[in-house]
Design a protein around this ligand. Structure first.
Ligand code: BGC
Length: 457
């Protein structure tokens, strides 16, 4: 990399978290339970029965965490609001104590000069709404827009970057198709319906936002570029199906007004028909798109895989993370270019990117995490390569600020730039956090420094 290459001056450098993964105290001050609270308290659903009851205790330690962000030099912080803290029943009564937590958090961030990016939905639907059918209920779009409006009114004067949904793909795939995430349904007939109502909810919230404010609102999707294992007709078709299901399912309707043609083939009789009015609604213009990028997939045709008949071909010579995800930085450049070309040009943020690796114990007060550091370095270079190719990338949020509750994997996987000792709640920045600070301080010039200099500072 050319040592002089730096990121644009306005580039926003941040880190991301989500409410259920870090806050703890899920029922404090009158909050209503979420589907994740109920799911994690159901035996057998999460690894070792782990729950978000304590997590990183961020609900009580948020001031210290904001001070830590400041120490690290972060300019932006992406977090999510727990819907059930604000509306314990999911709709109706607004709980001032829950709302006050997010008001205090935003104020603390702004006092430190850190730009908040607020995600309205990061998977923790109020359990009371799930009992009414959750995302399968057509009313869910209106519930979501009403909730969003409460937040826009409470925080709209201070928050300039809003995200409606985090990764609708995961909500649908894990929550309604395979049942490994809350609410734990495994039903091909449910999945397309949930997907459609999530998109209606997104669009209805965007409409509500336009009536209240004129800053920026967008959507966050997880994208994973697909590459065929071979050039056979079968593998190429499988790659198209995987691409439709993962990458175009939510973006085609938002930007192009229709679902990808492969989806009826994948879902068969379970694929419903959707009204033209809904599809027009879903096409609300948005101000930016957030992309969460972790890995790629090399795809081969596999009739035993359900429902895609498309299997991942593991690349044995590549580095894999603790979750067995292939480390593939080039995929970030590729997917950013692909999104800009297909749907843009449009402002983009990398709203999540990071890696779970085993972290060795502290030695001499340092936590050396060379694999995470290398992941960060190579992916930031890949982001810069996309900018060089003309992609309008406005910022980057590392996943994650803190080690946290990794959903069904519980606390077994650590994604943090900052280590969390769950017994004491002590936070210790890892070498990757020190490196990231240096990258931010130098606008990216530190990405060019020699690997031999990588140590905790
Ligand atoms: C989610 C995060 C999650 C991360 C790592 C993303 O899919 O938004 O909540 O922790 O990936 O799995």
């Amino acid at each position: 990399m050319n040592a002089d290459r730096v990121f644009p001056p306005q580039f926003l450098w941040g880190a991301a978290t989500s409410a259920y993964q870090i806050e703890g105290s899920p029922l404090a001050d009158g909050a209503g339970a979420s589907i994740w609270h109920e799911f994690s308290h159901t035996p057998g659903r999460t690894r070792a029965g782990d729950t978000g009851d304590v997590a990183c205790d961020h609900y009580r330690r948020y001031r210290d965490d904001v001070a830590l962000m400041r120490t690290l030099g972060l300019q932006g912080y992406r977090f999510s609001v727990a819907w059930g803290r604000v509306l314990p029943e999911g709709r109706g009564w607004v709980n001032p104590a829950g709302l006050s937590f997010y008001q205090r958090l935003v104020d603390a961030l702004l006092e430190q000069g850190i730009e908040p990016m607020v995600t309205l939905y990061h998977w923790d639907l109020p359990a009371a709404l799930d009992r009414l059918g959750g995302w399968l209920n057509p009313d869910s779009a209106a519930w979501f827009a009403d909730y969003a409006q409460v937040l826009f009114r409470a925080l709209g004067d201070r928050v300039k970057l809003w995200v409606t949904l985090n990764e609708p793909w995961v909500v649908v795939d894990g929550g309604y198709l395979h049942g490994v995430l809350a609410p734990g349904q495994r039903n091909p007939f449910a999945a397309p319906v949930a997907a459609h109502h999530l998109l209606r909810a997104h669009a209805t919230a965007v409409q509500a936002y336009r009536a209240e404010s004129n800053q920026q609102i967008g959507l966050v999707v997880n994208l994973e570029p697909k590459y065929p294992a071979t050039e056979t007709v079968e593998d190429l078709a499988a790659t198209m199906r995987a691409d439709a299901y993962w990458n175009r399912f939510y973006l085609d309707p938002v930007f192009l007004g229709s679902y990808p043609p492969e989806l009826p083939e994948i879902f068969g009789a379970a694929w419903p028909s959707f009204s033209a009015a809904d599809l027009a609604l879903i096409q609300q213009p948005i101000d930016f798109l957030g992309i969460n990028y972790y890995s790629r997939q090399v795809v081969s045709h596999d009739p035993t895989d359900w429902p895609l008949a498309a299997a991942r071909v593991r690349q044995p010579h590549q580095t894999h993370t603790g979750l067995d995800w292939e480390v593939y930085p080039q995929g970030l450049t590729d997917i950013l270019e692909w999104v800009s070309g297909r749907y843009g040009p449009l402002p983009l943020y990398v709203t999540e990117n990071g890696a779970a690796f085993y972290d060795p114990p502290q030695s001499a007060g340092e936590i050396a995490d060379p694999l995470r550091l290398a992941y960060l370095r190579t992916h930031l270079r890949a982001a810069l390569a996309a900018i060089d190719k003309g992609v309008d990338l406005r910022g980057y949020f590392a996943w994650s600020l803190l080690d946290n509750f990794e959903w069904a994997h519980g606390y077994s996987q650590r994604f943090g730039l900052v280590h969390v000792d769950y017994a004491t709640q002590q936070r210790t920045p890892k070498a990757s956090a020190r490196f990231y600070s240096e990258v931010i301080r130098s606008h990216g010039a530190a990405l060019a420094t020699d690997f031999s200099t990588e140590r905790a500072g």
